[in-house]
Design a binder for this molecule. Structure first.
Ligand SMILES: Nc1ncnc2c1ncn2[C@@H]1O[C@H](COP(=O)(O)OP(=O)(O)OP(=O)(O)O)[C@@H](O)[C@H]1O
Ligand SMILES: [Mg+2]
Length: 437
């Protein structure tokens, strides 16, 4: 009997009397289940999307970690460029809602944690925060994980070890995301340089052509005006009037080309969105209409103003229209609708401009990629894949946004939002209820 007990102890690793044997076994099984759950969650942490936004990453971490750690709220803090940004996740009825808290970094990195706790205490008073640092391979701190509790509690040894283990795993993933963002930023800058070189070359060429055409056109306009005066209402007068009108149109196009090519300084000024559309259509409207497209304009009255670079916003609209033209190449009734409207988001008013086409549309899986530099589905000679990425960069530099909605084989709609330059009449202007999400 004694022997049997010994064998049992050796097999199970449990030294106990027969009475407590089963309860210890149950405890052991529960412990193993807990460890398995922790391992599964830690494994899940490696699934964080490298290109996810920080609020998305923070919500994901909160959802995963709440399965193995006890906390009421959760925050991920990233210290980047001397600016700690905390992504605080608060549990609402069904999911983790994330909000961003930023502040200038303390001069001494050792004070970062205190600073983060102070900021969190402003939003969640009477909560106790416990933070663990996220460290890089070079042992530099680039962020924190913070667990928030309503009651002061002391983590036991096991819990502390688990939090540190989690922080090591999250640290690797977050460091990869930071590296990815850095590389992506560099690719974007490179793309912008290539695109601006391309635009500069087009500008130079346009200026050359415009100068060449300007003098003969002045002669055509002047002479046709003189002849018209002599003809009075003679039978050939309508033909001459036609020549004169066409000349005026050419002059306008040339003026547009000249303005376009001269604008390399990217001056910020007060610009009306109507003028931008007008100028762009003056430049490429003909090119579009010869492709058999119908272009409809629905502009807000009164015209909406913004503060920005006319040239750069024109670049965006040109890119959008040329993309629409390409998407409509095989359409039966190709149509482009350009619409301007007033939009409002979180109390800020925006000038909205949408470019709609009923062309090929964009497959769902490609939609997240179209704003990435060098993403193109066009032939190599036709597209560089820079148009949208550069346009997005310009929109963001203006404090605005550019986004797309589309249905494959249905339509594409690109919307540009730029902060509105308020003027008295706009406060009484037609307001479009627009959902900016
Ligand atoms: N209106 C649209 N309809 C359908 N697909 C579009 C539309 N606009 C953009 N796309 C898709 O997005 C991709 C990226 O567009 P983007 O303007 O950045 O580059 P591109 O037009 O291919 O080249 P580039 O503008 O540099 O000459 C396009 O190749 C196309 O697949
Ligand atoms: Mg393009």
């Amino acid at each position: 009997m004694q022997n049997k007990q010994e064998i049992l102890e050796k097999l199970t690793g449990i030294s106990s009397s027969r009475k407590s044997y089963y309860s210890e076994l149950v405890y052991l099984v529960e412990e193993m289940k807990k460890k398995n759950r922790q391992l599964a969650v830690i494994n899940e942490l490696t699934q964080i999307q490298i290109n996810a936004t920080w609020p998305q990453t923070s919500s994901y971490l909160a959802a995963q970690l709440s399965q193995i750690l006890a906390f009421e709220h959760f925050a991920l803090t990233i210290v980047k460029g001397g600016m700690p940004a905390s992504y605080l996740c608060i549990w609402t009825d069904s999911d983790w809602q994330c909000r961003t808290l930023t502040q200038p970094a303390a001069a001494d990195p050792a004070l970062f944690i205190e600073q983060v706790h102070q900021k969190l205490a402003e939003v969640l008073p009477q909560h106790f925060a416990t933070s663990v640092p996220l460290r890089s391979q070079l042992n530099q701190t680039f962020g924190f994980l913070t667990l928030l509790h309503q009651e002061k509690r002391q983590a036991d040894k096991e819990e502390t070890e688990l939090i540190e283990l989690v922080a090591r795993h999250v640290g690797v993933v977050v460091e990869n995301s930071l590296l990815f963002q850095d590389v992506n930023e560099k690719i974007k800058i490179e793309a912008q340089l290539i695109q601006s070189a391309k635009m500069a070359a087009i500008g130079e060429m346009a200026a050359g052509i415009a100068h060449e055409l300007n003098s003969p056109l002045t002669a055509i306009l002047g002479n046709s005006q003189l002849l018209l005066r002599d003809m009075a209402d003679g039978p050939t007068a309508p033909l001459m009037r036609d020549i004169y009108q066409c000349g005026v149109r050419c002059k306008k196009i040339i003026q547009n080309l000249l303005t376009f090519s001269r604008q390399e300084e990217y001056l910020f000024e007060t610009v009306s969105i109507d003028e931008v559309v007008e100028d762009v259509l003056g430049l490429i409207g003909y090119q579009l209409s010869v492709s058999g497209l119908t272009i409809t304009r629905e502009m807000n009255v009164p015209s909406l103003l913004f503060h920005g670079s006319r040239h750069q916003i024109e670049q965006i609209v040109i890119n959008l229209l040329l993309n629409a033209r390409d998407a409509l190449a095989d359409s039966e009734a190709p149509q482009i609708v350009i619409r301007s409207f007033l939009a409002e988001e979180a109390g800020v008013r925006y000038v909205g401009l949408s470019v709609y086409d009923n062309g090929t549309g964009i497959p769902k899986e490609q939609l997240p990629q179209i704003f990435q530099p060098f993403f193109s589905t066009k032939e190599r000679t036709k597209g560089t894949g820079l148009g949208l990425s550069v346009s997005l960069g310009i929109a963001e530099a203006h404090g605005g946004r550019l986004f797309a909605e589309s249905e494959e084989n249905g339509y594409s709609k690109f919307t540009l939002l730029l902060p509105l330059l308020e003027r008295e009449e706009d406060n009484h202007g037609a307001e479009t209820n627009f959902d900016c999400r």
